[in-house]
Design a protein around this ligand. Structure first.
Ligand code: HEC
Length: 154
């Protein structure tokens, strides 16, 4: 399965975008003291008050530094890349390996018209897993799934 795929085209373009995290509005959320609703709630768009595991929080920081420039704070998407809070990125459709491969090899434009995703260099294997954990917990908090089995990266 998984026939090779693109070999590091476009390797450097994205690296520049990577440090774009200084903006106001990023990291403003408060750690909801009562412990926000966690899984369930499922209102797409209201993706804010959810609990993240410690590992997902580490992933959130890595996501912020490496992915959010295109995939948005909270994985909510930007005009440069898609949100992951979408059925098409349900773990049953895009398994964890799709994330590993996206990071290492990039993604040719195919689902949307944002363009290609260049590879994201410089992340250790476990850092990518932390990012996946973050994305999965955000997806679950937004009602994309409820099965523990999909939290394998966490
Ligand atoms: C320069 C912008 C950019 C950056 C930075 C970026 N992405 Fe992407 N990513 C995209 C675009 C655009 C797509 C959509 C491609 C399509 O399907 O048309 C995408 C798609 C994906 C997909 C779907 C892959 C598939 O098989 O369809 C995954 C997973 C992904 N990105 C993960 C990540 C992760 C994790 C990071 C950070 C480590 C990241 N991306 C950083 C632009 C970016």
């Amino acid at each position: 399965m998984a026939s090779g795929g693109l070999t590091g085209l476009l390797a450097c373009a994205a690296a520049a975008a990577v440090l774009a995290l200084a903006a106001p509005g990023c990291g403003q959320e408060e750690a909801s003291p009562g412990g926000g609703a966690g899984a369930g709630g499922g209102e797409p768009g209201a993706a804010r008050a959810y609990d993240l595991s410690e590992r997902a929080r580490a992933g959130e920081a890595l996501f912020g530094a490496n992915c959010a420039a295109c995939h948005g704070p909270g994985a909510a998407g930007t005009d440069q890349g898609p949100t992951f809070i979408a059925g098409v990125y349900h773990p049953g459709h895009h398994a964890d390996f799709a994330f590993v491969r996206a990071v290492s090899s990039g993604v040719p434009r195919h689902h949307w018209s944002f363009g290609d995703m260049p590879p994201v260099p410089g992340l250790a294997e476990d850092e990518v897993q932390q990012i996946i954990c973050y994305v999965r917990e955000v997806q679950r908090a937004n009602g994309l799934f409820s099965e523990e089995a999909y939290l394998g990266a966490c």
